[in-house]
Structures are given as C-alpha cells and as structure tokens.
Design a protein around this ligand. Structure first.
Ligand code: N2P
Length: 348
C-alpha cells in the first residue's frame, strides 16, 4: 500500500470504531422501563421521548412474580417498574426499591387521597400511583343463561371448557379463597388446602389459564366466562357489547399498581421525570382511556368521557368497594402459596 494512503485509512478506521462505540452518534440518555403488557398508550412513550429528548427502552412482564424475579435476580437494571401493592410491600421489605424524591413529582398533587398512604407503602416513600382496579367475572350474555353473581359459576360443569382463569397465582388462589368465604390473604393452612383442592377440582372445566390473551379470546367469543382485571373488562366491553362484568357477591380484590424505582436504577433522575409525566392530568387521562384502566389521578378523571367516569366497572361506587380486599405480602407463607399454585398448575 502506498504510504500516503495509509494515514487516511487509519483515520477512517478510528472514526468507524468511535461511531460504533457511541451508537452512531446516538448518545441520548436512555430510560429502562418495565411494565405489564398492554398497559400504556404507545404514543405516550413517544411523546415523552420527544419532549425530553431521550430514548425509552420498554420491556413487559405478565405477572408480579415474573417481574420480581427479573428485578431481584436478573441482570438488567430497570429505572421504572410497575408492581402491585403486595409486591411493592415485599420489594420494600427486601430493600429492592429506591426512595422517590417527591420534590420531583409535582403532579402527585393530582392523585386522589384514597390512593395514597395505603398499607403497602404508608408514606408513599417508594411508590407513586399509576392505575388501580378490581378483578371480577366477565361473561358473554349470549352464552351464559344462569344468573352470574357468585364465583360458584366458575365451578359449574355446564360451562366446561368455556371458562378462563388468570395465570397469576395470587389472583387465582384469591378467587378460590373468596368463593369459600375466606380472606384472600389467608394464612390458615386448612383454608389454603381447601382452596387448592377446589382449584384442582375446577381444572377440568378450565379452557385455559390466561394473561393478556384473555381479551382476544373473550371478544372473539371463544369462551363464555373469565376472571379479568377491571380495566381489561372495560377494553373488552368496548369491542363486544355481549360482554358484561360482575362483582361476585362473596367479595373481590381491589388492587393498586404503582410506579417504583428499583434500587439499582441507572437513571433515577429521568425515572422521576417519567413518573411525573405519567401523572400529568392530560397524559394520565389519555393513557387511562386508551388502555381501559382506572386512573387514580382525579384531575385526569375529570377529563374522561362521561360514560367512563360513570362506569361501575372502572369507577365502582362505595358499596361495591366495601366488599373488596387488598392483597398483602404473605411473607413467611409465600412458600405455601408457591407450592399450592405449582400443584394446581402441574396437576393432570
Ligand atoms: C394489564 C395488566 C394490568 C395489571 N395488561 C393488573 N394489576
């Protein structure tokens, strides 16, 4: 090679390596977000990226337990995650969460009091409300001719192979406990054994244990009855008017999904900006309307269309809420719950 060509070639090589390292000049700050599937309006993420000139790396999970494992044991560090009440309680206890600087979350002023200071995080030191709801039974009025007002219907042989249960241990064990008249935080081995046996008895009637696919299955009328989270019920009922959501008379669960910052987050400052952004009333309203879930942001609630604001599925009245229970971390009983769920799922 001629000597006068060597220097420019070397320069080119150095430049190429340089670009590869900084990602072709894309050195925007990155926010690693870990959320449930189907739980945000994608446009909201894009708007955040544009407004703050950042890149959001977005990953999803299907259950609290899956999320816990990735955060507690996984190699990825997330900046924002969205666990539920009982899981937040556990993560605080295990020292997995960072304290949130409330001075950076001015939009917290729009969050209703009833969603703050709850037992799993009494001073909201570690978590800021995102969405809340219940679980209940959704059923297809053209496929079910019995009155649906009790969890018992999910054990009715008439509906064999037309029943969908949640593939989520606390939720499905909770349904079984509530049906038997027990607390969904039971620590009584006899009650838990009974709840397990009932789930095993029910198993031949269950078409599938599902996650986000429940929406597609119910909308397409491939099953008659399903246990669902209220926000998914809202989204499904929008698509298929034959569907109806019921709060069983034995009572049900009320849950709260809050935003948290894992202790090993790399970009806490940006995480707080994102948490604050999601509680800006216009954003919170648009996001809640898109996904179907209920916002704890009262200023956002006021921006919602009347039919959502008045919906007993999304914003149930006091008397319905009285018959609900919040999941708590079961602490030393966790292995019993894990084993119980394993036995149900592996039973043939
Ligand atoms: C959305 C999941 C909602 C989580 N697909 C209910 N806690």
């Amino acid at each position: 090679m001629e000597r006068r060509l060597r220097v420019p070639l070397l320069l080119l090589l150095v430049l190429a390596i340089g670009f590869a390292i900084v990602g072709c000049g894309n050195d925007k700050p990155t926010l690693n977000v870990y959320n449930w599937g189907d739980y945000i309006d994608p446009e909201v993420i894009e708007e955040f990226e544009e407004e703050f000139n950042v890149k959001v790396n977005y990953n999803t999970f299907a259950t609290n337990e899956d999320m816990y494992i990735s955060i507690a044991k996984g190699g990825t560090s997330y900046d924002v995650a969205f666990p539920s009440d009982y899981m937040i309680e556990r993560m605080i206890e295990e020292g997995l969460l960072a304290e949130i600087n409330k001075e950076n979350i001015s939009n917290m002023q729009y969050v209703g009091e009833e969603y703050l200071g709850l037992e799993f995080d009494p001073d909201n030191k570690y978590s800021v409300p995102y969405m809340w709801g219940t679980f209940g039974i959704i059923y297809n009025k053209t496929m079910v001719d019995d009155v649906v007002d009790s969890w018992d219907i999910l054990w009715n042989e008439k509906y064999a192979d037309q029943i969908l249960m949640l593939d989520s241990q606390r939720d499905s064990i909770g349904v079984s406990l509530k049906r038997l008249g027990y607390s969904l935080n039971s620590r009584d081995l006899k009650e838990l054994e009974e709840a397990k046996n009932e789930l095993i008895k029910q198993k031949p009637l269950v078409y599938a244990y599902v996650g986000d696919d429940v929406k597609q299955l119910m909308v397409a009328e491939e099953a008659a009855l399903a246990v669902v989270w209220s926000g998914d019920a809202v989204a499904m009922m929008r698509e298929n008017p034959n569907l109806e959501y019921v709060y069983p008379k034995e009572g049900t669960n009320i849950w709260f999904d809050n935003m948290v910052i894992p202790k090993n987050a790399k970009n806490k400052e940006l995480a707080e900006k994102f948490i604050n952004f999601l509680n800006r009333p216009d954003i919170a309203a648009r996001n809640a309307e898109y996904i179907g879930y209920s916002t704890p942001n009262v200023a956002a609630q006021e921006l919602l269309p009347e039919e959502i604001r008045n919906s007993q599925v999304a914003y149930p009245s006091k008397d319905i809420l009285e018959n609900t229970e919040v999941f708590r971390d079961v602490k030393d009983m966790l292995s019993v719950y894990d084993e119980l769920w394993f036995e149900v799922k592996s039973h043939r």
